[in-house]
Structure formats: C-alpha cells, structure tokens
Design a protein around this ligand. Structure first.
Ligand code: ARG
Length: 460
C-alpha cells in the first residue's frame, strides 16, 4: 500500500474500490509541470519569508526539478492510490528527500494548489487558442482578398435574397472569430489571478507573501478572498462558454461548407486531402472534416453544461465535486484546438466555383429590392414600390424571365416613369457595389474591411 499523506487519523486502509473511484491522477497528471512550477515558487516565497531556510528551499527545488525531469522522460510512475498529481509529486519528494520534503506543504493546501495549477494551465492554453484563432482569421482575410471579385447569392431563410460578395461572407466569419478572440482575451484577465496562499479555505497563520509568489509565477493579481479563491471555477465556466460560442461559429461555417460542396449547390470543391471516401460507394467524396467539427460542437456544449450543473448550489468553500472540472475542461481545450487547427489548414485549399456562384446570383430575382429602390428614386413610396415589383416578379414567373430580361415596355406597364437607367441598376455588379452603407457588401466597403483586418492581424 502506498503511504498516504493524510491518513494519520484513519484506523482502516482505504477500500481499493474507493481509491479507484476517487483518484483523478489519470486526468490531472497533465498538470504536472504547473504543479511543480507552483511548488518551486512556493518554496522561494517560504524561504523569502524565513518560514523555511534558503538551504531547505534549494534542496526542495532541486528535488522537484528532478521529478519533473523523470516525468518528462516517462520514467515516473503515477500511482492511483495517491489520488492526484499533487500527492503523487509530493509523496515522491518525501521518498527522495525525507523530512525536509514534508515542509513543502506549509501554508498551502491542495485546494489552493489545484486552483493555481488549473489557472496556470488555462492561461497557457488560452494564449495558444488565441494564436490558432489568429491563423484562422488570417486565412479568412486571405480568402476574402483572393476572391474579391466573386459574387454569390446572399440568403435569408436559406432562400436566395440579394447578391453579395463571397468576400463579404468570409469577412462575416472574420468578425465572429474576432469576437471570439476578444472573449478569450478578456477571460484571460480573470484566469490570471493567483489563489495560492488561500490554503484550505481560511488563509494561513504563516506570514506568507502572496504578491511575491504571484510575481514569480507571472500573475498580475492575487485573489482577494480565500473562501472564494478555493471554490471559484467561474474562470473555467467562462472559458467553456467562450469555447462554446466559438464552436457555434465553427459549426455554422461547417454547415455552409458541407452544403456548398454538395452537387445541388456546387459552390465549392473540398480539397481531396481534407475529404474521405465511402467504403461502399466508389464515387463518394465526403466532407467528413467539416461534419466532425459540426458534431464536436456538441461535446463542447456538454462540457459547459457539466460545469454549470456541477457548480450550481455548491456551498462554500471547496467540495470534492469540483474535481470533476478537469475532464470537460481538458476535452474542450483539445477539441477546440483541433477544430481551429484543421480549419486553418482547410480554408486556403478550398476550391471556389465562381461561375456556379454567379449563375445562382443571376437567377431568382435577387435584384428585386434594387428595382424597388429605383422606383423610390422615381417618386414611389417604398411600400408601393415593393408591391409593384412583386407584381412584376409574378409576371416574370409566368413568362419565365428574370427582371433584367424584361423590355423597357414590359417594365413600364408596371411603372410608367421607368427609363433606360433601370438596366444599370439591375446589373449584378450594381446590386453589390451600390450597397455602400456601413458594413454593406459593396466592393469598396469589403476592401476596406479587409485592409482593417490586415492591420488588426499585423499583416502587410
Ligand atoms: N484532486 C483534487 C481536485 O482536483 C485536489 C483537491 C483535493 N482536496 C481535497 N481536500 N480533497 O479538486
């Protein structure tokens, strides 16, 4: 049996099934580097405050670094009977160094220790996710610049509505991922607070210096209330909420790429290297990567729901329930990073079928609003113009023609003061380029948005 660090008051050994049931080391061993880094800073602070001697601190730090090396070489055996990563490392330090190692846990508890490790882990992962998001945004801007001349139908209710630039569509996703980046960045400010020194729940009787520990670990702030510090998981919930919103965006993009690549749309061609085949139908080329991203949104939402439910109604301060935070958190980090990474690679390789997009934009009366706007300039009220154009569309449906295929005489039956100028208004390019209102799809607007995005990303 492994010697436990807390069994002084116990007369019976822990049941094997309980050891297995309560252990979290299979999951939280992932935090080992942060746990050791935190312990080293803690030693330095204890020595700085003369709670342990400088010599003791040096011995402890050397021992901790040795354990870190061993873990990195794969030579360290994590033991379930020692519950979690914290006690595995500390027990090993005691085994290696003897009595001096028993001083490491002075003025701290696993409750503030695990909060610290999780914050350090998530701080690094957030920065990594921000890097991945920047790559994705860069690729979207790249596509928008490359395909600035491509016109496609814009949709509402999934029905053709008005022509837009494909680049405007890409830049819409740019905006979503920009908001995601801001959300992760803002969340980072609340993750980046040091809880170590809050101890079990009430603080400690030792004359510790949390600000010094914070400085050593690069935390700009320390927690203000020990009870809150050990039982706060808001920063995880916030992260999972930001990740969930980001997955919503990725799933919407996925959905569009999936149906755009269908024969019915034929707007895009998926690269072979990002598609898979069917084991029975030899002709198939499936957009599985996009489908999996769409599907994995569910996992991430599940993680958010799990954490909200786990924290709901928990009394202060630490409760063991909170150990359940790590699996959903780690899974979300891995899932989100995987999705962002694969999209960063897929996007620049998309094949764009410009003719299909343009043909689709040219059929289905996408310039009907433009005709109505034109009638307004000729003196009609918009509501009347709307009804008149509606009637003209009805006429076109009977004649199997588009609005721009009507003759001037035909048009004048609906509104006598229409003149030759109407044909310019009905051109696809006019429908796009006359929409110069802020955020509109006109080429000059979209080009300016691309330039602004390049500035934001530090490109050019
Ligand atoms: N493994 C625990 C967790 O992840 C560490 C804290 C445990 N504290 C305790 N008193 N049982 O939450």
């Amino acid at each position: 049996m492994s010697a436990k660090l807390w069994d002084g008051r116990f007369k019976e050994a822990t049941d094997k099934s309980v050891e297995a049931f309560t252990a979290s080391v299979k999951t939280d061993s992932r935090l080992y580097a942060y746990d050791i880094q935190g312990s080293i800073a803690h030693c330095k602070m204890l020595a700085g405050q003369s709670i342990i001697t400088e010599e003791e601190a040096d011995i402890l730090i050397e021992g901790l670094n040795k354990i870190k090396q061993e873990i990195e070489q794969g030579a360290f055996e994590f033991d379930e009977a020692l519950e979690d990563v914290h006690m595995n490392i500390e027990s090993r330090l005691v085994a290696d160094l003897g009595d001096v190692a028993k001083k490491l846990h002075t003025a701290r508890s696993r409750n503030d220790q695990v909060a610290l490790d999780t914050r350090m882990y998530l701080r690094d992962e957030c920065k990594e996710i921000l890097r991945y998001l920047a790559i994705l945004r860069r690729e979207l801007v790249g596509l928008a610049g490359k395909y600035i001349d491509v016109v496609m139908p814009g949709y509402t209710h999934m029905q053709r509505a008005q022509p837009i630039l494909l680049s405007h569509h890409f830049m819409a996703y740019y905006e979503m991922f920009k908001r995601d980046s801001v959300r992760f960045k803002e969340g980072l400010a609340r993750i980046n607070v040091l809880p170590l020194g809050s101890a079990a729940l009430a603080g400690t009787t030792f004359p510790i210096d949390m600000n010094y520990t914070a400085e050593l670990l690069g935390f700009p702030k320390v927690t203000a209330n020990s009870l809150d510090a050990v039982s706060d998981r808001d920063f995880i919930i916030e992260f999972l909420a930001s990740a969930s919103i980001c997955m919503v965006h990725l799933s919407r993009l996925s959905e569009e790429l999936i149906y755009w690549s269908s024969a019915e749309f034929g707007f895009i061609e998926m690269p072979d290297s990002f598609s898979t085949g069917s084991s029975i139908m030899p002709q198939k080329k499936n957009p599985d990567v996009c489908e999996l991203v769409r599907g994995r949104a569910g996992r991430v939402f599940g993680g958010l729901t799990a954490l909200l439910t786990m924290m709901k109604s928990l009394p202060l301060a630490y409760n063991r329930d909170m150990q359940e935070d790590k699996e959903p958190l780690f899974d979300t980090v891995d899932t989100l990073k995987g999705c962002l990474l694969v999209y960063g690679k897929l996007l620049p390789q998309l094949g764009i079928n410009q003719d299909r997009m343009k043909d689709a934009a040219n059929r289905g009366f996408l310039n009907a609003t433009d005709l109505a706007d034109y009638l307004v300039t000729k003196g009609a009220g918009f509501r009347d113009a709307h009804r008149i154009v509606g009637e003209a569309v009805g006429y076109c449906l009977e004649k199997k023609k588009e609005l721009h295929e009507l003759t001037l005489e035909e048009m004048r039956r609906f509104f006598p003061s229409i003149d030759e100028g109407v044909f310019d208004v009905l051109l696809l390019d006019s429908a796009v380029n006359r929409r110069t209102s802020t955020g509109g799809t006109a080429r000059e607007n979209v080009s300016a948005a691309i330039r602004a995005a390049e500035d934001e990303l530090g490109l050019k």
